[in-house]
Design a protein around this ligand. Structure first.
Ligand code: HEC
Length: 241
């Protein structure tokens, strides 16, 4: 690592000592980085419990799962509020900046909006406008789990197992306060109680053992650590949209 840096510095010194070296070589000498300015009305930032936070964060193409650089979107106000903030001195290898949810290891959980900065040069500022956007719990659950893992059987093809649509346009109405077709007398999501919600039971107990699909198999270790606590907290706190 150090060795490479040393050679890079020597190479830069040699190249910059030529009168008409190629323009790109100058980027060696500058470590200023790119800048992004986020503007928009962002809701749900204050919903997140300890261990999770909404961030403006940069990602490199070959390691998409951890943020290379991140800055927390402040949540001191409740409800909707207008955000205007910068992420500065972003390393040149970062190609994507996201308004996203990270855990306390800076691991990426869900993306709410994204801007491509691969064409930006050092010292450029890219404007990232998001209009009005939700960065709340239900949006994160939908984008990071329901759409990717559940919708394949629940609605993405137009047909939904057990008549339950978990696609982005329909899932909230299909889940919250709706009676279960599988467990008599229970709701799929009962606001205020994850324990009494068929959705949560399906993912955390043996409830689905005799169903056509054993739903616990859909919960990887990553989801167990990052998504189940969010689902639980979302339901226990009233299952807001
Ligand atoms: C491989 C297909 C498949 C996938 C993927 C799948 N499900 Fe299911 N799901 C089913 C089937 C089939 C049933 C109905 C089971 C039966 O009738 O035996 C069902 C039923 C359910 C029910 C019960 C609905 C009710 O009325 O009580 C819930 C809740 C549910 N799924 C949630 C999910 C969630 C959340 C995910 C994503 C983590 C998911 N499912 C992924 C196939 C699937």
């Amino acid at each position: 690592m150090r060795r490479n840096l040393f050679f890079a510095l020597v190479a830069t010194a040699l190249l910059t000592s030529c009168d008409d070296g190629p323009i790109e070589e100058k980027s060696y000498a500058s470590s200023e980085g790119k800048n992004v300015k986020l503007e928009g009305v962002i809701t749900g930032v204050d919903e997140w419990p300890d261990g999770f936070s909404v961030n403006l964060a940069g990602f490199v193409p070959d390691d998409d799962s951890y943020a290379t650089i991140a800055k927390i979107v402040p949540s001191e106000q409740t409800g909707d509020y207008h955000v205007s903030m910068y992420l500065k001195a972003i390393p040149m290898e970062v190609t994507s900046v996201r308004l996203c949810l990270l855990n306390n290891l800076r691991q990426h959980i869900a993306t709410f909006a994204e801007v491509d900065i691969s064409d930006a040069s050092s010292r450029d500022t890219v404007y990232f406008h998001v209009d009005t956007i939700s960065a709340g719990m239900f949006t994160a659950i939908q984008k990071s789990y329901l759409t990717t893992t559940c919708a394949a059987c629940h609605g993405a093809t137009g047909r939904a197992a057990a008549g339950l649509f978990l696609t982005e346009d329909k899932s909230y109405e299909a889940l919250v306060g709706q009676p279960s077709k599988k467990v008599e007398g229970q709701m799929i999501v009962k606001p205020g109680s994850a324990e009494e919600s068929v959705l949560y039971q399906a993912l955390t107990t043996e409830l689905t053992q005799d169903w056509r699909e054993y739903h616990r198999d859909l919960v990887s270790e990553y989801y167990e650590q990052n998504i189940l606590p969010i689902i639980r907290s979302w339901i226990d706190n009233g299952a807001q949209r």
